[in-house]
Ligand binder design. Structure first.
Ligand SMILES: C[S@@+](CC[C@H](N)C(=O)[O-])C[C@H]1O[C@@H](n2cnc3c(N)ncnc32)[C@H](O)[C@@H]1O
Length: 340
């Protein structure tokens, strides 16, 4: 796998394993690559490495941070002195401790994060600010088992100093206990991973945080990749709601996206394609984790063919722990709709 992916956080529905197949049908090998759903950044990073000017978008702040830290940033790296800033006492409202301890974070980690998120947000240099927030996203996902926020029992046990259950997963328990005792050790390791992903592709890459319909109205480019949430899968706003709240320092509404709503998903998808007719080539990802659930490849192909000649390709794709989050995905089928 492309080694620079280690600079990114693990992300639900991330396409690390599919990037080669996604780029194969693209006609233009230079110019502007538009990633309309940046997510964890794997497709944008691969496009950056191929030398395209990358214009990425996602509605979520977590993805905007990832994009600013790794895709738009061509040269600034993290130093040990930058990590020290996370420990300098900063003014904060103790939101994480009050809201997510002990369900999601043990008290020691919650206190560290309350201080560190506020400290990172107050850094004046934008590149360093987004790099530090990106580092904290990686840290937060690493201290949750499989990068998920749903299993609360292990953290509750760790907080109560009951180690039977945590130790059943030795790897996770030892890593987590180390992170609780000494966050700096983990931060240094993550810092090296992040720095490995920073390079200059001699392009002025752009990151946007907009609803996809607003984004498409103004963006110009040669090829657009669409990787929207799949109807029938857990909404991103639910999956990463805690992370968004932590970054905002308050509880957000985290309403499921239109793509996850049975009643309007198809209509929204139609609008999305209608808004992209000025972009010459489209590559669209579609996944189904259960047959007959969500939008079928035939239906999606029909939507795309209203505007362009297109074909559907079925991809071999088994999501792994690192790529998605460790749930059973063996029935998952991935398709690509490619305009020709
Ligand atoms: C399947 S993920 C993208 C994964 C990405 N290709 C990767 O490799 O990591 C879908 C993304 O769509 C974003 N999203 C959901 N609704 C959106 C909307 N209306 N406009 C823009 N982005 C949206 C989610 O925040 C999520 O990050």
């Amino acid at each position: 796998m492309f080694s620079k992916f280690q600079s990114l956080p693990s992300y639900f529905g991330g396409k690390r394993k599919l990037v080669k197949q996604i780029f194969k049908p693209i006609k233009k090998t230079d110019g502007v690559f538009i990633d309309a759903f940046l997510g964890g950044g794997s497709v944008s990073l691969y496009a950056k490495a191929k030398g395209y000017k990358v214009i990425s978008n996602d509605i979520a702040f977590r993805s905007y941070i990832i994009g600013r830290a790794i895709i738009a940033n061509n040269s600034v790296t993290l130093e040990d002195e930058d990590l020290a800033r996370l420990f300098v006492q900063s003014k904060n409202n103790g939101f994480i401790r009050q809201t997510y301890c002990p369900k999601v974070f043990v008290s020691k980690t919650a206190d560290f994060l309350d201080n560190a998120v506020a400290a990172a947000l107050s850094v004046e240099n934008e590149n360093k600010r987004y790099l530090l927030l990106h580092l904290l996203i990686k840290f937060i996902l690493a201290c949750r088992q499989f990068g998920q926020f749903s299993n609360t029992r292990v953290t509750k046990d760790l907080e109560a100093r009951k180690f039977d259950r945590p130790l059943r997963s030795r790897l996770y328990a030892s890593r987590n206990i180390r992170m609780i005792q000494n966050p700096m050790l983990t931060l240094r390791k993550l810092k090296d991973q992040i720095n490995h992903g920073i390079f200059d592709n001699h392009q002025n890459n752009e990151i946007h945080q907009k609803d996809v319909l607003d984004f498409l109205k103004d963006v110009q480019g040669d090829v657009v990749y669409f990787d929207p949430p799949y109807l029938g899968s857990n909404p991103y706003e639910v999956e990463y709601g805690v992370l968004e709240d932590v970054l905002a320092g308050k509880k957000l509404a985290n309403e499921p996206s239109a793509f996850n709503r049975e009643d309007i998903a198809s209509e929204f998808m139609e609008k999305m394609f209608a808004a992209a007719t000025h972009i010459p080539q489209w590559i669209v990802s579609l996944g189904q984790n259960k047959k007959d659930v969500g939008i079928t490849p035939e239906r999606l192909l029909e939507m795309v063919r209203k505007h362009r000649k297109a074909e559907v390709q079925m991809l071999e794709h088994k999501w792994i722990m690192n790529n998605a989050v460790g749930r059973d995905q063996k029935d998952n089928i991935e398709y690509l709709i490619v305009t020709v």
